[in-house]
Design a protein around this ligand. Structure first.
Ligand code: NDP
Ligand code: GDR
Length: 329
């Protein structure tokens, strides 16, 4: 049997790494879009962490460069395209609103257009986000909840989301959008609050630091594990009909309570170490997110497998290991 071929944009990010691992385990030939970096020696650190760096074909390109995308897709001839690349840090999107629009918004349109022109039969996944719910219009958010974006990032994701729906409806493309709530792991970028906390806990435990400065401790998020969430991406592209799905755990936790769990894991009280610093507050905040994954449960047979406590323990332990061995990530 011929191998299925997948192309992943954002392959060097958290989800790209876990998705590559999942697809390789399923026997796929995996290709990834790699944007040129002056730090080429560390850009594939996550793939190395999972020990899959040599198993993926990487292609030099950028989501903002349509002709390059066309060239790569012609070469790869993918059966499935996962568009995960984005300027994904919400806070930076106020500092770089136009770049965020170009990459996170128009970049998705570039990818959709590339697939439509070169391989319209390929299945397409768009990484949509719970940030699109922003100022929530319902206490529990589902596929039917109206959107209210609260950042340039969320506005760009909303454009990409509707373009995905539009290409599905206009051109009959098998294009699906996963509205994923926050998902974390030891491979999470250090600037996001969960990893910032678990890294801080590990540093404090090892005597390398004595305070952790955070922003809004009252913000609440529905946090799941990235390893569980990439399975949902794959499942969406295995369906006969493309559609949109909320992927979440159905449990929401405050940043404060996340701190309590993470510090508690190493026997420390977070109140002795965490300080609030106004610099980490946002111009407009998403106060609370809580997703309803019922549709995914019923139609994809998907459910989260890792509890928040298990995930926090895994993240703190990984950060302790990394700092002891001074591993890059
Ligand atoms: P990361 O920030 O870890 O990864 C982003 C990826 O996009 C990196 O590989 C990055 O490359 C790449 N990238 C950025 N700009 C460009 C560009 N111009 N051209 C090509 N590649 C580019 O994100 P995650 O893995 O956490 O998230 C994956 C996707 O899912 C993102 O679109 C994110 O917005 C979305 N999402 C994430 C959620 C989460 O909780 N993690 C929840 C909902 C949606 P490089 O390594 O060179 O920086
Ligand atoms: P988010 O993730 O904005 O939800 O976007 P992040 O971890 O950055 O923030 C979550 C919440 O924590 C509060 N917070 C802090 N955040 C950061 N980064 N640093 C701090 O010091 C801090 N203190 C408190 C924030 O104000 C916020 O309320 C993530 C990204 O992965 C997006 O790409 C994705 O779409 C959404 O999740 C779903």
């Amino acid at each position: 049997m011929t191998k299925k071929v997948a192309l992943i944009t954002g392959v060097t990010g958290q989800d790209g790494a876990y998705l590559s691992q999942l697809l390789l385990n399923k026997g796929y030939e995996v290709h990834g879009l790699l944007r040129r970096s002056a730090s080429a020696d560390v850009v594939d650190a996550r793939l190395k962490w999972l020990d899959i760096d040599g198993k993926i074909s990487l292609h030099d390109g950028n989501l903002t460069d349509l002709s390059g995308l066309i060239r790569i897709v012609r070469e790869v001839e993918p059966d499935e395209v996962y568009n995960l690349a984005a300027q994904s840090f919400v806070r930076s999107s106020w500092q770089q609103p136009l770049l965020t629009g170009s990459v996170t918004g128009l970049g998705a349109a570039n990818m959709l257009e590339t697939v439509r022109l070169v391989c319209p039969e390929a299945r397409f996944y768009q990484a949509s986000s719970s940030e699109m719910f922003g100022l929530i219009q319902e206490p529990i958010q589902s596929e039917k909840t109206p959107f209210y974006p609260r950042s340039p990032y969320a506005a760009a994701k909303l454009y990409a989301h509707w373009m995905t729906v539009n290409y599905r409806e206009s051109f009959g493309m098998h294009a699906s959008s996963g509205i994923l709530f926050n998902h974390e792991s030891p491979l999470r970028g250090i600037e996001f609050v969960t990893r910032k906390i678990t890294d801080g806990v590990a540093r404090i435990k090892l005597g390398m630091q004595n305070k952790l400065a955070l922003g809004n401790l009252d913000a609440k998020r529905d946090w799941g594990h990235a390893r569980d969430y990439v399975k949902a991406m794959w499942l969406m592209l295995q369906q006969d009909t493309p559609d949109d799905f909320v992927i979440a755990t159905g449990r929401t936790t405050s940043v404060r309570d996340f701190c309590a769990i993470a510090f508690g894991h190493v026997g420390l009280n977070f109140e002795d170490y965490v300080a609030v610093d106004e610099r980490y507050m946002r111009p407009a905040e998403v106060d609370v997110l809580l997703g309803n994954p019922e549709k995914a449960r019923q139609e994809l047979d998907w459910a989260p497998e890792t509890s928040l406590e298990e995930m926090v323990a895994e993240m703190v332990e990984a950060d302790l290991q990394r700092l002891k061995h001074l591993t890059h990530l």
